[in-house]
Design a protein around this ligand. Structure first.
Ligand code: A2P
Length: 375
């Protein structure tokens, strides 16, 4: 049970600012008290009004690129600037687990709702349908941020460009805004057997990604699922281009504050995948009492609380949905009052981390991909 230090009454008595006891002084004190109380009430109701008005579609239906209502504009960033100078939208539609026959509609719904950032990968096996949706949509390619990821089987330098070309063809584009090494794990060609050398040292793979930037096929490059030792291992090399992002699992149950701090200190933007806790944990996340309470208080949805929290932490957020109403809902982010943000951060970081995604066993690895092995 917590014990609280009781402040000695004398401490207050000794600091009494008013020593005078005349009637005039008493009246003046009452007047000052009433005036101060009135000012406090006015400020408080003003803040309530601002916080309520902020809860109305801050980005409008045009989302991250337009129709920002300046009178209610959120201070949360709609974009982050990468070292290349490119601006990446802070909220994306994630398409992992968006199945065939539904992902294309999800992408079109998202573009209509105002999303301008689609986060995909070769291994999601839906790039062709995403590409078709992009082709059918009326948004110009140059207005859309497109990310894809290099799968584990293609880490050998000679396999990088063909893998990238396949993604480009399927997506129907001649460049990606961002290309990411999907896992710090290399498989031997056409197998799921680990290539220990390229896993321990991803520099040859990285150099090939740098070459893809030089060729104009990719604008920015990054990594995914790298922990701090693996980031240090890669960046200890004489890189021509530093990784712009690290895409990792970040959610209420796995908030990774140390990694977030390290990445901020090293100018590396974190991207939050499974931000709502993915299929397994989304229900539990959105029912957390802290989340529900903040949502009620601000008049927004629990999912909006979580998505806003991610951006307020300074990360990109990649919520996945194939449900039109949720796709629209997830784009509306709001600056949480500091007390709410702190409460949520405290709740998320005060329990042992619990990952949803860890393929180490499924891949038959002799180590946990998130442990410090092999360095
Ligand atoms: P669905 O795709 O059927 O809409 P994450 O982004 O963490 O990977 O979570 C994805 C899961 O969360 C999916 O099951 C998705 O369902 C669900 N989801 C996405 N947005 C919302 C939302 N606003 N409210 C409730 N569930 C959501």
């Amino acid at each position: 049970m917590a014990s609280y230090k009781r402040l000695p009454v004398d401490e207050f008595d000794n600091e009494q600012p008013f020593k005078s006891t005349t009637t005039a002084d008493k009246k003046r004190r009452i007047f000052h008290f009433i005036t101060a109380a009135a000012i406090m009430v006015a400020i408080f109701s003003g803040l309530r009004h601002v916080s309520k008005s902020n809860s109305k579609f801050l980005w409008g239906s045009a989302g991250c690129h337009g129709r920002l209502n300046m009178s209610t504009a959120s201070k949360l960033p709609s974009h982050y600037t990468l070292p290349s100078g490119d601006k990446i939208p802070s909220v994306a539609l994630g398409v992992w687990q968006a199945g065939s026959g539904e992902v294309g509609t999800a992408v079109k719904t998202a573009l209509d709702a105002g999303y301008r950032h689609i986060d995909g990968a070769w291994i999601y096996r839906n790039e062709e349908e995403v590409g078709q949706a992009l082709k059918e949509a009326s948004v110009p390619r140059s207005d859309i941020w497109l990310t894809s990821k290099l799968w584990n089987t293609f880490h050998a330098p000679e396999d990088v460009e063909p893998a990238l070309d396949e993604s480009l063809t399927k997506l129907g584009t001649d460049y990606l805004d961002l290309y990411i090494i999907h896992w710090p794990v290399a498989f031997k060609k056409a197998t799921t057997n680990i290539d220990e050398q390229l896993t321990a040292d991803p520099y040859p793979t990285w150099q090939k990604l740098e070459e893809m930037v030089a060729k104009g096929k990719v604008k920015n490059i990054g990594v995914s699922n790298f922990n701090i030792p693996r980031l240090k291992n890669l960046t200890a090399n004489p890189l021509k281009i530093q990784p712009a992002v690290n895409q990792v699992e970040l959610n209420f149950f796995n908030p990774q504050p140390e990694l977030l701090k390290y990445c901020k200190e090293n100018n590396l933007l974190l991207e939050a995948y499974s931000p709502l806790g993915s299929t397994q944990q989304v229900g539990a996340t959105l029912k957390r009492p802290e989340v529900v309470e903040i949502a009620k208080d601000l008049g927004i949805t629990p999912a909006q609380v979580i998505i806003s929290w991610h951006v307020q932490r300074g990360t990109i957020v990649l919520p996945k949905s194939v449900t039109p109403s949720r796709i629209e809902e997830n784009l509306q982010i709001f600056e949480l009052p500091k007390a709410s943000f702190d409460k949520l951060e405290e709740a998320a970081t005060s329990h042992p981390p619990q990952r949803v995604i860890n393929p180490s066993k499924a891949w038959g690895l002799k180590f946990d991909v998130f442990d410090d092995y092999p360095y």
